[in-house]
Every structure is written in structure tokens, then in C-alpha cells.
Write a protein that binds this ligand. Structure first.
Ligand SMILES: Nc1ncnc2c1ncn2[C@@H]1O[C@H](COP(=O)(O)OP(=O)(O)O)[C@@H](O)[C@H]1O
Ligand SMILES: [Mg+2]
Length: 604
């Protein structure tokens, strides 16, 4: 299997990254076409201005009539204004295009992230992903804006100015150009060092964000174990390393303008020295001397900028490479070309010798081993087993959250790998063990899978999930904001909200993965009564570590280390006197004990 197929960061080359960026540029031919025209006009103005200044000065020096002087000055003023306007326009164009590409890139990354399967999120760290989505996109925008503008404009500017200078005074031009090869060499060396340090700092930043994110998510654990000092010290190390790398970047960045600013001063010395001689000897007109001096000064800014631009382009290229890496991850779970359009799902599930290991065939121990199981449409399957026996894995394979091999898992007799994902997931609702509430109202959380749902449908789902009492207790009822930035719900309330969310989908197959573990026994019974009614004629898979949750199921399987160790109905399994019977006995005793404790301790 290739790295991409395993959702690993595929080593992406600079070429692939640039090709991808090229495709974004190609989407905006008008922007870039008009920009190139504006850029050429700007360069023309840039070259013309010193010549116009020289001609105005020449008119004064030669004692031409006042009207002629005024005419040349007016020309100068006009061209100056036009150049400024064109410059403004061309900058706006290229910066707008950069924003546009940034916008498209961000959208593309977001929808790509949504397409990637869960296994991807086990392998990539959140902080790393965040950093690619924020910092790297930012660097690419700078690359496409200031970077691209100067990379294209400055060389054209240089060529045009050198041609103009050569026309004025070839000898002086050659002298002025002498220090440039040296300068280019220095700029390259510095650029390389900036590239090196900026890669290191971005990596350091990703490490720091990652640690920050982990600490915030795990703050309850950090506090419970009084580990604040230790985590702070660990963070300090990461932060210290980031600081060291950023200082390296600062040093490299600071050297650039220092070196580049020496250059025009150097050129000016040469102009004064050689040019002065030429004027004395009558080989050069005084006004051309002004034009020369202006060219050198006008080139100062773009030259100065070039050092920074090289660094920016290199950083942007590195960022584009990191983005390309992310976008090149091929979703390992996607519709096959031979997907069969299925309009509806009845709900029959069949497992034929199903085996499954996390992380593909790369040696990890199998989480499920040769499971054979047939769940007729409309029946209820109970799955019990101890922690780590593979219950959740089994549950998540049915909606294809992980990839199974062909020929092992069938829904309605069709291999799940050949059912379009949308169809599969629309008709199968799985309530995971840990369900997430978004920072939104309770109603919005319940209607997550069906944003267009009617209020009455939401209320019905809440009622079926036994949430009515809780809703009444919330400050704004169904419109209370819950989740991270709202009212914290209890474990049981969250589970019932997740159940209501699944019920909204009106699925053909409902899978409850230990969904009611935090719900008290009485409420659980009420929910089950309700589900029996709602789901009469549909397929329900109830995964639980509690025997009480599955006792009414049409068939029950007991998992142990990824294998089915017992199967039958509740009565059959009890009669068998095996693992299930033992679990049932233990749990019944515990229930009696808890009831005693809960009832005021009288029974104990
Ligand atoms: N995302 C995962 N990546 C790797 N291994 C996993 C993952 N989820 C579960 N496992 C492993 O698979 C086995 C079965 O886990 P699971 O299905 O969650 O058990 P259960 O739900 O019965 O407690 C365990 O050994 C567990 O460590
Ligand atoms: Mg589980």
C-alpha cells in the first residue's frame, strides 16, 4: 500500500506543488492577462520618468524658451500621474487575484478535509492541520501577492532600465553593473538560509500549536493530576526551541536588507566617479548624469525588496508544498467506479468471514477475526463483550467508517464497498460511543443531519430520545446553546441528544454503540420501549457492555478478542451458562447492590 492510500503525509515534491498552484493561476486568465499589460505600462513609465526629468533639466541648462520648459515639465507631471495610477491598478489586480486564490485554496482544503476518512484524523495531528490551514495558506497568499508581483516585475524593470542606461552611456552602465553578480550570489546564499530557518520555525510553530491544542482538550486530565507545572515545563521546552529557530530566522532576515542597501550606495559612488569624469571630458551631457542617478535610485527599492521577496517566495513555496501534501492525500474511502446506484436500503446486514485490522495489513493485531453474521432486515442485533473486544469496530464498519476488504460485508446483499457512500450514510445512522455536540442550539444539534427539518420533527425526536424533561429544565429549551461554548450537558444528556440526532435521519439501520451507557436504567428502559415502537420493522444494532440493553434483541452475539464466542437469544445464552450468563449474573448483582445504595443504604 502506498503512503497516500494510508492517509499518511505523502512526500510531495516542489514540482507537484507548483503545478497545483499553476492550476489555480490558470483559473484567472483575465486577471493575470490584464495585470501583465498594466505591468508593462508601469515599466514603460518607470523607464520614461528619468528621461523626462533629464529632458526638462536639459531644457533649463540649454536656456530653451520658457514655454518649452513648461511643456516638458507638464509631460513629466502627466507621465508621473499615469505611472502612479497604473501602478496602483496593477497592484490591486495581483493582490485581488492572490486573495481569490487564497479563498479557493481554503475552500478546497476544507472540503478535502471533509472527504477524508476518520483514519486520516488518527494519523495527522490537529495542530499540524491547523497550521497548514492558517499559516501556510497565509504564506501562499503572500507568495501570490507581493511575491509574484515582484518576481515578475523586477526582472522586467531591470532589463528595461539597463537597456535605457546602455542607450545613454554604455561604458558607465557596465561599470554600474559590476557589483551585481556578487550581489546576486549573496542574495542566493541569504535566501537559502532564510528558507532553512523558516521551515524550521514553521515546524516549531506546528509543534507548539499542537501541544497547546492537546493541553486545552485535555485540561481536565492535566488539572485532575495536578500536572500544570510539568506540562508548562514541557511547553516551555517546545516554545524555547521555537524561539531559537525564530531568532535564526530574524538573523537571516535582517542580514538581507543590510546587504542589499549597500548596493545602490556602491553604484552611486561609481556614477559620481566615472560619470563625473565623463562630464568633465565632455563625453556625457549633465542631464544624462541625472537620469543615471535617478535610475540607480529608482532601482534601489525593488532591489531592496528583492531580498525579502526571495525569502517570501521560498517560504510560500515551502507552504504550498505542505498544502499540496495535504491535498494529495487520496481518501482511502471513496465511491468506487463500480458503485451501484441503490435507491433505498432495506436493512439486511451480512458479514462473511469478516476480519479487520487497524492500519491495513501492516502487522497490527486484528481487531476482528472471521466473523460470520446475518442480520435480517427489520431484526435487532445485540452485541456484547468486554472492553476492547471489538464491538465499536464492528459497529463502525457497517457505515464504512473504515475500509473493509471486498466480499466480507454486505448490506441488502450488496458489498458495502459498492454502495455509494452518500446512500449508505443517509440510511444508516450510527450513534458513536462519544458523541460531539457543536456550539449551537440543542435543536440545531439534533437536526445536524437534516438542517431543513421542521420544528415538530425535532420535538418528536427529542421526545423519543427521552429528552423532554431535560429540555424543560434548560434555560431556553430547545434553543439553548450547548456544546463547548454553551450549557454543558451531562453524559447521559449528550448521549440522548446524539440518539435524537440519529432518529432525525429516520434511518433503515440504527446502530447504537454503547450509546446509553451513561443513561440510568429506568430511562434506558423507556428509550428502548420507544425504540421498539419507532423501529418496528427496521434494523437495529445495539452494542453494549450491559446485558440489560440487549436482552430483547432477536439475536445476540458475544465478542471476545475480536471473535464471536457465543451467539443466541437472551434465553438461549443464559441457558448456555457461558460468558453471557456470567455477565448477566454479575450485572444483575451489581444492579441490586446499586439500587440498595441508591435507595438510602437500607438494603445493604
Ligand atoms: N482507531 C483505532 N486505531 C487503532 N486501534 C484501534 C482503534 N480503535 C480501536 N482499536 C483497537 O481495536 C480493538 C477493539 O477496540 P473497540 O472496537 O473499540 O472495542 P470495544 O468497543 O469492544 O471496547 C482494541 O484492541 C483497540 O485497541
Ligand atoms: Mg467501544
Amino acid at each position: 500500500m502506498t503512503a497516500a492510500a494510508l492517509d499518511l503525509p505523502a512526500p510531495s515534491g516542489a514540482r507537484s506543488a507548483l503545478r497545483r498552484l499553476g492550476r489555480y493561476i490558470a483559473r484567472h486568465p483575465v486577471y493575470y492577462g490584464v495585470w501583465l499589460v498594466a505591468l508593462l505600462l508601469y515599466v514603460a513609465g518607470f523607464v520614461a520618468l528619468p528621461l523626462l526629468v533629464a529632458s526638462a533639466i536639459g531644457a533649463v541648462l540649454d536656456g530653451l524658451p520658457e514655454a518649452e520648459v513648461a511643456r516638458r515639465v507638464l509631460w513629466l507631471a502627466g507621465v508621473t500621474l499615469l505611472t502612479a495610477a497604473v501602478r496602483y491598478y496593477s497592484r490591486t489586480l495581483v493582490f485581488n487575484a492572490a486573495r481569490q486564490i487564497e479563498y479557493e485554496l481554503r475552500n478546497d482544503i476544507y472540503s478535502h478535509l471533509q472527504r477524508l476518512p476518520q483514519s486520516f484524523y488518527f494519523r495527522w495531528r490537529t495542530g499540524d492541520l491547523m497550521s497548514r490551514c492558517v499559516n501556510d495558506i497565509n504564506s501562499v497568499r503572500l507568495l501570490m501577492g507581493v511575491g509574484l508581483m515582484n518576481m515578475v516585475q523586477t526582472p522586467v524593470l531591470y532589463v528595461a532600465v539597463i537597456v535605457a542606461m546602455l542607450a545613454l552611456n554604455p561604458r558607465l552602465t557596465l561599470w554600474v553593473l559590476i557589483p551585481y553578480p556578487l550581489f546576486i550570489l549573496i542574495a542566493r546564499l541569504l535566501g537559502r538560509s532564510i528558507h532553512h530557518w523558516s521551515l524550521l520555525s514553521m515546524e516549531g510553530l506546528a509543534n507548539a500549536s499542537n501541544m497547546l491544542q492537546e493541553t486545552i482538550s485535555g485540561i481536565a486530565v492535566v488539572k485532575a493530576y495536578a500536572m500544570e507545572r510539568v506540562t508548562a515545563a514541557r511547553f516551555e521546552d517546545v516554545n524555547q526551541e521555537l524561539y531559537r529557530r525564530e531568532l535564526g530566522l530574524v538573523r537571516a532576515n535582517a542580514a538581507m536588507p543590510a546587504v542589499t542597501s549597500i548596493l545602490p550606495a556602491f553604484a552611486m559612488c561609481i556614477i559620481l566617479w566615472i560619470g563625473g569624469e565623463d562630464i568633465m571630458a565632455g563625453r556625457m551631457r549633465s542631464e544624462d548624469f541625472f537620469a543615471f542617478a535617478m535610475y540607480v535610485f529608482q532601482l534601489t527599492f525593488p532591489t531592496f525588496l528583492m531580498g525579502w521577496v526571495v525569502a517570501l517566495v521560498q517560504r510560500g513555496a515551502a507552504s504550498m508544498q505542505r498544502i499540496d501534501e495535504l491535498l494529495s492525500v487520496v481518501p482511502s474511502i471513496a465511491d468506487r467506479p463500480d458503485a451501484e446506484p441503490v435507491s433505498a436500503i432495506r436493512g439486511e446486514i451480512e458479514l462473511r468471514g469478516l476480519s479487520f485490522a487497524f492500519g491495513g495489513e501492516s502487522g497490527r493485531e486484528a481487531a476482528l477475526r472471521s466473523i460470520d453474521l446475518h442480520v435480517p432486515a427489520g431484526s435487532t442485533l445485540g452485541v456484547v463483550g468486554s472492553v476492547g473486544s471489538g464491538k465499536s469496530t464492528l459497529a463502525s464498519l457497517i457505515p464504512r467508517l473504515f475500509e473493509v476488504e471486498d466480499g466480507q460485508l454486505f448490506v441488502d446483499g450488496v458489498d458495502v464497498n459498492r454502495i455509494p457512500l452518500r446512500t449508505l450514510r443517509r440510511h444508516i445512522a450510527m450513534v458513536p460511543q462519544e458523541s460531539f455536540l457543536f456550539s449551537a442550539t440543542l435543536a440545531e444539534n439534533i437536526a445536524f443531519g437534516r438542517p431543513d427539518a421542521l420544528r415538530s420533527e425535532i420535538e418528536q425526536a427529542a421526545r423519543r430520545a427521552q429528552l423532554v424533561q431535560d429540555v424543560e429544565d434548560l434555560p431556553d429549551g430547545l434553543d439553548t446553546i450547548v456544546g463547548e461554548r454553551g450549557v454543558m450537558l451531562s453524559g447521559g444528556q449528550r448521549q440522548r441528544t446524539a440518539l435524537a440526532r440519529a432518529l432525525m435521519l429516520d434511518p433503515a439501520i440504527l446502530i447504537l454503540d454503547d450509546t446509553l451507557s451513561a443513561v440510568d436504567a429506568e430511562t434506558e428502559t423507556a428509550i428502548q420501549r420507544e425504540l421498539d415502537r419507532v423501529f418496528a420493522g427496521r434494523t437495529v444494532v445495539i452494542v453494549s457492555s450491559r446485558v440489560s440493553a440487549v436482552r430483547g434483541a432477536d439475536q445476540i452475539v458475544v465478542l471476545g478478542e475480536g471473535r464471536i464466542v457465543e451467539r443466541g437469544t437472551h434465553a438461549q445464552l443464559l441457558a448456555m451458562g457461558g460468558l453471557y450468563a456470567r455477565l448477566a449474573r454479575e450485572q444483575a448483582e451489581q444492579a441490586v447492590y446499586e439500587a440498595g445504595v441508591g435507595g438510602g443504604g437500607g438494603a445493604a
